[in-house]
Structures are given as structure tokens and as C-alpha cells.
Design a protein around this ligand. Structure first.
Ligand SMILES: *[C@@H]1O[C@H](CO)[C@@H](O)[C@H](O)[C@H]1NC(C)=O
Ligand SMILES: *[C@@H]1O[C@H](CO)[C@@H](O)[C@H](O)[C@H]1NC(C)=O
Ligand SMILES: *[C@@H]1O[C@H](CO)[C@@H](O)[C@H](O)[C@H]1NC(C)=O
Ligand SMILES: *[C@@H]1O[C@H](CO)[C@@H](O)[C@H](O)[C@H]1NC(C)=O
Ligand SMILES: *[C@@H]1O[C@H](CO)[C@@H](O)[C@H](O)[C@H]1NC(C)=O
Ligand SMILES: *[C@@H]1O[C@H](CO)[C@@H](O)[C@H](O)[C@H]1NC(C)=O
Ligand SMILES: *[C@@H]1O[C@H](CO)[C@@H](O)[C@H](O)[C@H]1NC(C)=O
Ligand SMILES: *[C@@H]1O[C@H](CO)[C@@H](O)[C@H](O)[C@H]1NC(C)=O
Length: 405
């Protein structure tokens, strides 16, 4: 039997679709809550997005440490569409010139970023196009006390991509853990697939009474001595660049505050034209140290806040990692009612520039237009072949020795 058939049959059985099991209703705000030990989280069908994640800080005060909206219906209404907590798809990040070639055939995907006079829709495609996966409502196919599974069927030709893709996104909470598994299966044609979780973090729940900024969060990428080179609109050039010791993109040699290198002139333009900060894709290089079990043998990324004491360790089977320091936020997005300080004029109830950190496990961005990288087996899938499988485990703890370096 074909592997993809085994997978889809197993998924259908697991999800209860074939049993016709009924799914419990969401709460009054349209959110689906699940519960683990010391952790609870809510999800919405729009983009299969995480909307809330609650854990206690070092003082035992509950914090909501992801951005989102107060109710499920607002996700569709909001015009800015910051991709809060969703699953970008069918192909995350940017597609150069909104084109790619597969078996000698050229495909044109709908553009949606960097509009110009000659290209009013844009020069490239970001996160799967103007109606990418995180602009659509997924279907809830399974829902238990500690897990939820969303599904989407992406039709042949949608946004310009070849063939139908069926995908299942399962989120599970454990003992201070948030695990996810994203499976995608092409059913009719060969197609590129790359997914991620586009979650925005503020480990203080925006309640830090000294600073609303996340620049004091400490970040560590122990396996990431290299990154993907990009042009001034963040399209990969094909070059793999070194993150030299002590340089602005060096997060591998030691944990460092996100804002640590902001006085280094090299930070200017580091995230594209006229952009100061980070929106970069670091490679995760761990093969050279021998075989590894991604679940056990070390986190690929760590984010900490000394103020709340909350530490997030990310384990994943993915071989690249994007970090975005919310350079594009400008105080126009409201905080959720579960976040922030109240009645304090110094701390408005909005998300400031650099007020959050987006962390994205993924593969090498733009790989479909860089054949010399040889990412085909990770990014191009066909009916009857191996399915696309992204797995990650996000582990939370309290670490009061996090140094504000
Ligand atoms: C839904 O949430 C949005 C943004 O969080 C808020 O502006 C709006 O008032 C909420 N609507 C309802 C009916 O609660
Ligand atoms: C998604 O579902 C919400 C809640 O049911 C609804 O308000 C919204 O219009 C839907 N959005 C889309 C894009 O279908
Ligand atoms: C860019 O896209 C346009 C139209 O979609 C196409 O005509 C052109 O050949 C593409 N350029 C390259 C270098 O692929
Ligand atoms: C959760 O993990 C902690 C530490 O790892 C352990 O002490 C505790 O017993 C666990 N709780 C449960 C319910 O398994
Ligand atoms: C700031 O927050 C800390 C941690 O919750 C708390 O101990 C302290 O009293 C707060 N300070 C003020 C001035 O509210
Ligand atoms: C943030 O970290 C810097 C050191 O990089 C330190 O000087 C500053 O006091 C910190 N700010 C807060 C509010 O913790
Ligand atoms: C650069 O960005 C700043 C805001 O961050 C803006 O005020 C300025 O106009 C921009 N400059 C150019 C040349 O786009
Ligand atoms: C806590 O953070 C410090 C500073 O980054 C680190 O050295 C230490 O290993 C962390 N402790 C745990 C238990 O993760």
C-alpha cells in the first residue's frame, strides 16, 4: 500500500471522521481550548491558529504569551492580517518572482507582496499567496481535552499551485509542552509544500512593567552558524552566509538578547531595505555531530525572559529557523484583554515596534528556486510518495538564572 494512503487512512481513523464522531463546540468567542499540565491554549479555525497560550510566570501569575485576537470572527475582519499564530501554506515564506519550475514546467503563483507600478499585485508571493492557508478557515476534525486536529483541502490550481493537497494539523498539550504535527499529502500532482507555525511571542504577556519591548528577551540558536542570504526585499539570493563570531546574526556562540546588537551598524538593513532588526532564516546544522533524535538531543532554539522567568525550548525535525523581531509593528494592533497592563499611560494596550518575536520552524526558505541547495526531498512531494511531515515540541519552564546579557 502507498505510504500516503496508509497515512491518510490512519489520520481519518484517528480523527473520528470515519466514525462520524461529533465535535464539541468552541467557547462563546469561537475558540477551542485544550489543557495540559500547567498549560492551556486556545485555537481558532482561521489559519488553524493558536490564539492564546497561558502559563504561570516565576511568581505564579498566569500570562498569555502569544499574540492574537479576542474572538474567532475578528481574524477574518482584521485588515492588517499579521499571520498571528497561523499555518502559512501551501508554501511558507517568499517565492521569488512568484514563479518556480517543476519538471521543466513553469508555474506562476499569485503575487501579494512588494507592489510596484508595473507589478501592482507585487514582486513576490509571501506565505502561499493572497488567499494562502492562513486566510482560510480550516475544519476541526478532532477535539479532545488535550488536543485538536484541523484539516484543509487545498484545491488543484488554487493560488496557482499544481494539484490538490490534503493536510492535517494536530496540536497537543502535555506537561508544560505544546507539540505539533503537520502532515500534508498531495493527491493528484507533484507540488512544493512547506509549512510552519507563525506564532508571535512575548514571554511577559506584555505585562512587563519596565519595558513593553521584547528586545530584552534572550535568544539562542546553538546549531545556527549559517543563514540564508537575502536581497533588499528578503528574497533568497542563493548564497549561504556565515554568522561570524560576535556579529549581529551570531546567536549560536552564546545566548544573547534580541536587542544586544542594535548599536552595531550592521543591524541596519539586516531585515531588508530600511529595516533595522531581524527577519532572517538561520540554518540548523546538526548532522556533523552525528545521528540525533530531534525530540531528545537538544533544542534548536531557546527564548527566555528574565522578567517573567519563562523559558521556551524548541525541539523540531526541521532544518531551518526563522526569527522576526516585529520590526513592522507600529502600535496599531490592540492587545488581547488577557494581556498587558491596565490604566498605565506609560504602557498603551497595543503592540509596539519590537514588542514581540515570531519564531518559525521550517525548511530552507525559497528552496524551490534554488535547485543547487538540493532541498527537493524536503520541499517537493508527489502522490504515492512520502508525505510532508513537520514535527515540533515546544517545552516551557521557569528559569530564574536567565542572565540579561
Ligand atoms: C472581537 O475581537 C476584536 C479584536 O480583538 C474586538 O475589537 C471586538 O470588539 C470583539 N468582538 C466581540 C463581539 O467581542
Ligand atoms: C471563518 O469563521 C468565522 C467564525 O465562524 C467567520 O466569522 C468567518 O467569516 C470565516 N472566515 C472565512 C474566511 O471563511
Ligand atoms: C518572472 O515572472 C514573469 C511573469 O510571471 C515571467 O514572465 C518571467 O519570465 C519571470 N522571470 C524570471 C527570471 O523567472
Ligand atoms: C510534570 O513534570 C515535572 C517535572 O518535569 C514533574 O515533576 C511532574 O511530576 C510532572 N507532572 C505530571 C502530572 O506528570
Ligand atoms: C513590576 O512587576 C513585578 C513582577 O510582577 C512586581 O514584583 C513589581 O511589584 C511591579 N512593580 C510595579 C511598580 O508595579
Ligand atoms: C534590557 O537589557 C539591557 C542590557 O542589554 C539593560 O541595560 C536594560 O536595563 C534592560 N532593560 C530592562 C527594562 O530590563
Ligand atoms: C525608513 O523607515 C522609517 C520608519 O521606520 C520611515 O520613517 C522612513 O520614511 C523610511 N525611509 C525610506 C527611505 O523609506
Ligand atoms: C537557564 O538559563 C541559563 C542562561 O541562559 C542557562 O545557562 C541555563 O542552562 C538555563 N537552565 C536550564 C535548566 O535550562
Amino acid at each position: 500500500m502507498r505510504l500516503s494512503m496508509v497515512y491518510s487512512a490512519a489520520l481519518l481513523l484517528n480523527t473520528g471522521l470515519v466514525r462520524g464522531a461529533s465535535i464539541a463546540d468552541p467557547d462563546v468567542n469561537g475558540k477551542y481550548w485544550i489543557y495540559g499540565e500547567g498549560i492551556s491554549a486556545a485555537f481558532v479555525p482561521y489559519g488553524a491558529s493558536i490564539s492564546d497560550l497561558l502559563i504561570k510566570d516565576q511568581y505564579g501569575i498566569q500570562r498569555d504569551i502569544v499574540t492574537g485576537f479576542d474572538n474567532a470572527s475578528y481574524y477574518t475582519v482584521d485588515k492588517q492580517h499579521p499571520h498571528f499564530g497561523g499555518v502559512p501554506g501551501r508554501y511558507a515564506n517568499r517565492i521569488k518572482n512568484s514563479t518556480f519550475e517543476l519538471d521543466g514546467e513553469k508555474y506562476h503563483i499569485l503575487a501579494n507582496e512588494n507592489p510596484t507600478h508595473d507589478n501592482p499585485d507585487g514582486l513576490d508571493t509571501l506565505h502561499g499567496g493572497p488567499d494562502g492557508w492562513d486566510w482560510r478557515n480550516f475544519t476541526v476534525v478532532a477535539y479532545t481535552k488535550n488536543s485538536i486536529t484541523f484539516s484543509i483541502v487545498d484545491p488543484d490550481g488554487k493560488e496557482g499551485f499544481p494539484g490538490e493537497v490534503v493536510s492535517f494539523i494536530t496540536y497537543t498539550l502535555g506537561n508544560l509542552t505544546w507539540d505539533f504535527k503537520m502532515v500534508a499529502i498531495p493527491t493528484t500532482k507533484k507540488t512544493p509544500i512547506m509549512l510552519s507555525s507563525h506564532t508571535y511571542w512575548n514571554l511577559d504577556g506584555f505585562a512587563n512593567n519596565q519595558t513593553q519591548s521584547a528586545l530584552n528577551h534572550t535568544f539562542f540558536l546553538p546549531y545556527s552558524g549559517q543563514r540564508v542570504g537575502v536581497d533588499n526585499i528578503l528574497i533568497p539570493t542563493g548564497d549561504i552566509l556565515p554568522n561570524k563570531l560576535g556579529s549581529v546574526n551570531d546567536f549560536w556562540s552564546a545566548p544573547k538578547q534580541i536587542g544586544h546588537s542594535f548599536s552595531d551598524p550592521e543591524i541596519e538593513g539586516n531585515c531588508g531595505f530600511n529595516c533595522t532588526g531581524y527577519d532572517n532564516c538561520w540554518l540548523v546544522n546538526r548532522e556533523q555531530s552525528g545521528p540525533y533524535d530531534w525530540r531528545k538531543d537538544g533544542f534548536i532554539a531557546r527564548l527566555q525572559s528574565a522578567w517573567s522567568g519563562i523559558q521556551l525550548d524548541i525541539f523540531s525535525n526541521q532544518e531551518a529557523f526563522q526569527m522576526y523581531s516585529c520590526n513592522g509593528q507600529d502600535g496599531s494592533m490592540a492587545l488581547k484583554t488577557t494581556q498587558g497592563l491596565f490604566d498605565n499611560p506609560d504602557f498603551p494596550r497595543t503592540i509596539p515596534k519590537y514588542g514581540c518575536i515570531v519564531l518559525e520552524v521550517e525548511d530552507w526558505i525559497g528552496g524551490i528556486n534554488q535547485p543547487e541547495w538540493q532541498r527537493g526531498s524536503k520541499q517537493i512531494f508527489e502522490p504515492g510518495g512520502d508525505p510532508y511531515v513537520l514535527q515540533a515540541s515546544y517545552k516551557f519552564s521557569i528559569n530564574t538564572t536567565a542572565t540579561p546579557f
